[in-house]
Design a protein around this ligand. Sequence first.
Ligand code: ADP
Ligand code: MG
Length: 768
Amino acid sequence: MEVRNLSKVYRTEYELVHALNNMDLVFPKHGLVFIVGVSGSGKSTLMNMLSGVDTPTEGEVIIDGKSLFAQNKKELFGYRNSYVGLIFQDYNLIDDMNVYDNIKLPLELLGIKDFSVIDDILKKVDIEDIKYSSVNEISSGQMQRVAIARALVKDSAVILADEPTGNLDSKNTKIVMDLLKEISKDRLVVVITHDDDAAHEYGDQIIEIEDGRILENKVQDESINTELPVNRSTDFIQPKIGFKKQLSFTKNFIFSNIGRSLTILILMILISFIGNILCGYVFFNIEKSYTTYQDEYGSEFIKLADTYSGYTVNYNVDHYIDLFEKYYDSNLIEVYGINYYTNKDDSIEEDNFYKTEVTNLIVDDGSFEYIDGVSPNSKYPDVAQIAITDYYVDCYAFYNDGEILGIGDTIRLNGVNFTICGIVDTSYEKYINYDTSDLFTSMAFQENLEYYNAFYVSSLGQTYWWDNMTFFEEDVKYTIVTKIPAETKYSRVLMRKLTTEPASLTSTANWTNKKNGMVSKALWTDLLEMSYSDPIIASYSISFVCSTRAKYTFSLRATAMYDSMTTNLENKTEYELIVGKQLFEKYRDKQQMCKFLIRRTDPNYKKILLNENVVNQSFTFARATWNRADSSKYVMIEFIITMLLIMTVFAFIMNSMTMNAEKKKIGIKYSFGITKKDIVKPYIFEIVLYTILAFVGSFLLIKFVYPLVVNGLIYTTEQEIKEYYFFYIGLESILGWDAIVYAIMLFSLFVMVLRIVRKSPIEIIKDL
Ligand code: ADP
Ligand code: MG
C-alpha cells in the first residue's frame, strides 16, 4: 500500500482547506504503523483516503500496484469489503444490532457461512461476556473492542484505525494497543494517534504529519519490511447481501424506533382512509353503481320510488305527472305488487285475486265448457247475446253485495244491452289462493286472466257497434272494451288500429254501473312490451278508469293527459286515446300509490337515476351520499388536492425523518462496501410493508368501520346500509389514491437515499 502525490482539498464556505498536500508514502506489508501529528494536521484525511471511504482531490492510493480510485466503483466497494478493516474513533457500531451481529456482519458480506471464528475473536478481545448485549449498553472500552473485533473478524490484509484509543482510559488503551500489536504481526495495521508515548512504545514505524505533509517518517523495527509471514488472498470481494439479510435490516430498522414506525403507519392508514372516503364521494357515480348492481343481479329494471324520512313510499299521482313530464320519452312501467283498494274508512284492503274488469272479448268458437246456458248467438244489437265466465259471476258478486248474475240478465256495454246467454267454466278456483311469490303460478294466473275476465261473443260477431270494424278476424284474441262515452268514434279508431297488432289494449268500461276495476296487469304488460318495439303503440297505453275506486293507469306520455281529447282532435294522431284533463283532476285525490320500474335501455335511464330516488334499499344511502357529494364536488376536489399536497409533504418528512435516523447506519454500511442498491432495498421493503399494511388497514376501515360510523349517525335499516356499494366502486379510488401516495413515498425515498449515497461514506457518518 502506498500513496502518491496525494492531495485533498476541502471546500468550505469561506476557504479552501488543504488537508493533504502532495503526500508520498509507502507502507510495509505488515507491522504496526503509527501516524502522529497535532489535531488538524490531516491524519484522518489520510486515513479516509487509505480506506477508500473518501476520495482524494489529486494523487493516488496504490494497492498491490493498482491505483485504487482509478478502478471502477465496484472495485472500490470490494476493496472496502474485503481488503481493509476499519476501526473508527467513534466505533461506528450499528446500534440496532447486538455485539455478535455487529461482528458477524462483515463475514456475511464476504459470503462466509462459518461464524465459528467469531468466538475466537471474542475471546481474543476479551468480550465474550457481552456477546449478546446491545451495543448501546456496553462501556466505551467494550465498544472499541467490539469495533476492533469487527475489523479483525474478516482477516483482512490491512487494518486501519483512526484514534482507536482516543476515548479510552489507560487500562483499556493498553489492552487495545497490545491487541493491535499482536495482529500486526501478519498484516499491516495503520493506527492514528496523538498519543506519542504509545506510538513509541508499540510502533514499528512512526509517521508524523503536519499541515498535510510528512514531517518525519521513522522506522523503529526493520523487520516489517520482510515478506508477509502468511499468505492471504488480497482479492477485492464484492459484498454479498442476501434477501434475508435485507429483511433483517428492515426489521431492525422498524423496531429500532417502534414509535416512529407506528406513527408513520397510523398516519398512512388514516390519510389513505380519509382520502378514500373523499374519493368515494367525488368519484362515486351512482349511475355506474346501479348498472353494476343490475349486471350483478341480472336485473333489467330498477324500481323508482320516492323516499320520505327514510321510508320508501310509492309515487302518488302528482309524482306520476312530474315524472312523466320530466322524462318525456321514458317507458316507466307501473308496478303493482298487490292490488290495494282504499275503503271508505281509508283503510287499505288487499285483494290478490278478484278483478272486476273485463279485459278481453273472446270470439266463441265452441271450445268452451259451459256451466250453464249456451254459446252467444245474436245478430241484433238490442238482443245481443254474451257469455260470461264463472269467475266474472263471482267477481260481480264480490263487488256488488253478493248479487249473482245469471242467464237472462242484461249487461249494458257502450250503450248496448247484452243478454247473458251462458256461463263458461274456467276452473279459476285453483288460482284463488295462488302464491304471488311463485313466478310460474303467477304467470299462469296472468295468462289465464284472458279467459277469466272475458266476455264471449258470437263467432258471427255482427253487432251494430262493431260491424264496421275489421274486428273479427279469425286470429283476434284480444280486443277492447272501452268506455269513453262521448268519444266512441275515437275508441273505434283505436280498436281498429290495435286489432291489426299482435295484442291490443283493453280498458275497463263503466258497465258495472258503480264499481270499476283496473286494467289487467297481464294485458297491460303485453301492451308495454309492445310499446318497446313500437313507440306509437306506446301512446295508446294511457287509460283512465273512473269510479269511486278509480285507479289511474297510464304508462307513457303523461302530457297526453293534459291534452283534452275533446279539443284539437284533428291534430292528434288517430291512435291516441286521451283522457280529458278535467276528468283527471276530478279523481286525482283518490289516486293510490304506485311504484315505477325503469329499464336499463330507457333513454332517460341516467338522468332518472341521478335525479330520482330509487327504492332499492341498498341505494338509498348511496343516493343521499351522491346528492351531498354532487352538491359539493368542487369543494371536495379542492380538498383532495390539499390532501395530496399534505400527503406529499408528509411523505417527504417521513422519509427524511427515516433517513436522518438511519444516516449513520447507511454510512457505516456504505463504508463496508455495501452498494447503493443494496442500501436502498431494506427501505423499499419497509415502504412496501407499510404500503401493504396501510392498504389493508384503510380498506378494512372503509369496509367495516365506516359503515358502522354511518349506521350510528344516520338511522337506517341494516339493508339500507348493507351494500356500501359505492365503496366497492371506491375500491378503484382506494387503489388509485394509494398508488399516488406510495409513488410519492417511494420517489422521495429514492431522492433521500440518492442524496445521501452521493456523498462519501465518511461524509455520511460524520453528517458533514
Ligand atoms: P486530524 O485528523 O489530523 O485532526 P483532519 O484530517 O481531520 O485532521 O483534518 C485536516 C484538516 O482538514 C483540518 O484543518 C480540518 O479542519 C479540515 N477538514 C477535515 N475534514 C473536512 C471537511 N469535510 N470539510 C472541510 N474541512 C475539513
Ligand atoms: Mg482525526
